[in-house]
Design a protein around this ligand. Structure first.
Ligand code: SAM
Ligand code: DTB
Ligand code: SF4
Length: 324
């Protein structure tokens, strides 16, 4: 099967609605053609700058527009970041993702500090990813020069649904930043969230936008909304496991070479449910030593628990820079 960049929304919808076990079988078959079926990428998130974000993303604990448990903190020291990365590396983690609650990167001293952290963690032999909000092509170039391996910038949902979730930036702002990263050798990580009150059509449209990017994002995170008290989306119902599996399988089939990451929301899934997600083509997760994703509002399974799960499922952790 060759990689396609011309998927139509009707085709994607047909895949999404395929009888479940047939869909999983098809996704698993594609997965095996493009990836080592026993290998899972394990990533560690570090919130290098927490809270106080000027954006109004309706799901986010870090937006200053909502009153949540999260309090704004200063940028972490490089030493702190290197220590967290060291423990992650010793555990077998291959990628460290540094997140900042910024609207966009500014050309200031804080950016210099982030570039220094990127350099430091990269020189430990780890893949480094950053998610810092909007970026110019020049800033992307500076991150590349510091050794950055990936940049995360999610589309979150469809263009149509986007404006009901976020009003402080547009879908095109998002696509522009992704295009700016594409001007460098830094790989692109872009996906979305399930559970924002979107329809199946919105999900399919988001997958359509992602799968029509050429090349496809090297990694596609599928987040499941973690309902945060104080945000406009605090009362959204849980996303059914079947929708999660369908979304993962569809992403796997239409973007066969990309890593599909079962991201936020994994903590509430049983090993059996996660096993189904891996069968459907998910091959990447976030794991942690502090039980959280970026903030305390979104739990994350820890290294020990994940080691147990991977052992039970006969899976192993993928070393850094070894994507086939
Ligand atoms: N500020 C940067 C930005 O938005 O691009 C980076 C950090 S932001 C926390 C990264 C992604 O995390 C969001 O795009 C969203 O997909 C996901 N996310 C944030 N809060 C979430 C929540 N409560 N549940 C699930 N996913 C969430
Ligand atoms: C992504 O798609 N998921 C990660 C990462 N990129 C930055 C974040 C997950 C949600 C974090 C929400 C929280 O911890 O508050
Ligand atoms: Fe800010 Fe990112 Fe949260 Fe949006 S998702 S409020 S941009 S930290």
């Amino acid at each position: 099967m060759t990689i396609r960049y011309d998927w139509q929304t009707t085709e994607i919808l047909t895949i999404y609605n395929t009888p479940l076990l047939e869909l999983i079988y098809q996704a698993a078959s594609v997965h095996r053609q493009y990836h080592h079926p026993q290998r899972i990428q394990v990533c560690k998130l570090i919130s290098i700058k927490t809270g106080g974000c000027p954006e109004d993303c309706g799901y986010c604990a870090q937006s200053s527009h909502y009153k949540t448990e999260v309090k704004p903190e200063a940028l972490l020291e490089k030493e702190t970041v290197l220590n967290i990365a060291k423990i992650a590396k010793e555990t077998g983690v291959s990628r460290v993702c540094m997140g900042a609650a910024w609207r966009e990167v500014r050309d200031n001293r804080q950016f210099e500090q982030v570039l220094d952290m990127v350099q430091g963690v990269t020189s430990m032999g780890l893949e480094v990813c950053c998610t810092l909000g909007m970026l110019t092509a020049e800033q992307a170039q500076r991150l590349e020069n510091a050794g950055l391996y990936a940049y995360n910038h999610n589309l979150d949902t469809s263009r149509e649904h986007y404006s009901t979730i976020i009003t402080t930036r547009t879908y095109d702002d998002r696509l522009n930043t992704i295009a700016n990263v594409r001007q460098t050798k830094v790989t692109v990580c872009s996906g979305g969230i399930l559970g924002l009150g979107e329809t199946v059509t919105d999900r399919v449209q988001m997958l359509h936008t992602l799968s029509n990017l050429q090349p496809h994002p090297e990694s596609v995170p599928i987040n499941i909304l973690s309902q945060v008290e104080g945000t406009p989306l605090e009362n959204q119902p849980d996303v059914p496991i079947w929708d999660i599996v369908r979304m993962i399988a569809t992403a796997r089939i239409i973007m066969p070479q990309s890593d599909v990451r079962l991201s936020a929301g994994r903590a509430r899934l049983s090993y059996v449910e996660q096993g189904l997600c891996f069968m459907a083509g998910a091959n990447s997760i976030f794991s942690s030593d502090d039980q959280k994703m970026l903030t305390v509002t979104t739990p994350c399974p820890d290294y020990d628990e994940d080691r147990e799960m991977l052992n039970l499922l006969g899976l192993e952790m993928r070393p850094p820079f070894q994507k086939e």
